[in-house]
Design a protein around this ligand. Sequence first.
Ligand SMILES: [Zn+2]
Length: 340
Amino acid sequence: MPFAEIIGQERAVDALRTAVRLGGLHHAYLFAGPEGIGKGTVARLLAQAANCDRADGDACGTCPPCRKIARGVHPDVLVVERERDMARAGRWEPKGGRTPSRDIVVDQVRELVDRRLSLRRFEGRRRFVLIDPADAMNPQAQNAILKTLEEPPPDTTLVLVSSAADGLLPTVRSRCLRLPFAPLPDALLEERLAAAGRSPEAARLAVTLAGGSLGKALLLDEAAMGARREAVLEAAALPADDARPWIAFAARHGAKRERAREVCELLLIWLRDVLARAAAGEGAPLALADLEEATSAAARLGPEAALRRIESVRRALLALRHNAAGPLALERMLVGWFHG
Ligand SMILES: [Zn+2]
C-alpha cells in the first residue's frame, strides 16, 4: 500500500516521504494525534518505504521486504506493543512466569530493543523500532529507552506512536521529532462510513461520537448506538422527585464501566444541544437532530440547569476514568442533575 492511500494526513505523510526519498530520516519520531487516524499504519508504511526493493521513496506493498514488514516478520523492523498483547500473539513471554501487564515494561525495552539493536542489521537498508502505543511504556521503560533515543545505532529509526503523547516523560518527548497527525474531517469520516454500509443518520452520530477517529467511528455499530440513544431518552425522562428510577437507571447503565462511559459521552453531546436550545432558542442547530423532541423539552429548564447537568456528566466521566464504580458514578451524576 503506497503513501497515497493514507487519507487526511497529507502533511505528515509528505514530510516522511520526502525524508525517505532524500535519505534524511530522523533517528526518532513521535507520531502524535488521536486514536484511530492511521498513525500506526503510517509507521509501518514508513518502514516499508525505507526498505522497499523499488527504492523510490514509497512502499510497493508487494516486494519481499514490504510483505515481510506487513506480516510483522522482517528481522530489522521491530514492533513493541503492550506486554499483554505481545504475549497473546506469542511474541513475548514475561520473565519468571509473571502475568503479562498492560504496560510496556523495562524488560521489553532491554530484551527487544537494546539487545536487538546491539546486533548487526540483517537484510534491511534501515532498521526500525516501532513502539505502539508509546504511552504504554511505564516510567522505568521510558527511562530505559532514553539512552537509545540519545545515541541510536546508525541507520536506525525509532517511531513512538501515541494518542496520549503528553503522558510521556518530557525527556523522552524532547528527544523525538514530533509529527502531529490531524483528526480526520467529519465529512471524510461520514463518507467512509457510508461506504462501509452505514445509514446517513448512523454515520452522523458515529462521527459525532468518534472525535475525528475513523477507527473509533467504525467500531461504533448501529445496535450499540441505538441502545445509547435509548439511554439518553431514558435519562431525559427521569423524574426530579423520585430517586428510585435514578437508581434503576444507574444500576442498568453502570453495570459495565465502559458502557457507562459511552452513555455519559452521548449525554454530554446531547446536553450541549440542550444548552444551545436553551440559550439560542429554536434556531440552534443540533448535533443529535433525531433527539430534537427530548432536547426541546429539556431546554425549557433553562441554560443554568443545562450547564449544571453538563458539569455533573463531566464529573462522572472523570470519576469513571479513575475507575469509580459505574452505578455509583451515574447515581452521583443524577443527584447533581436534580439536586445540584
Ligand atoms: Zn516494496
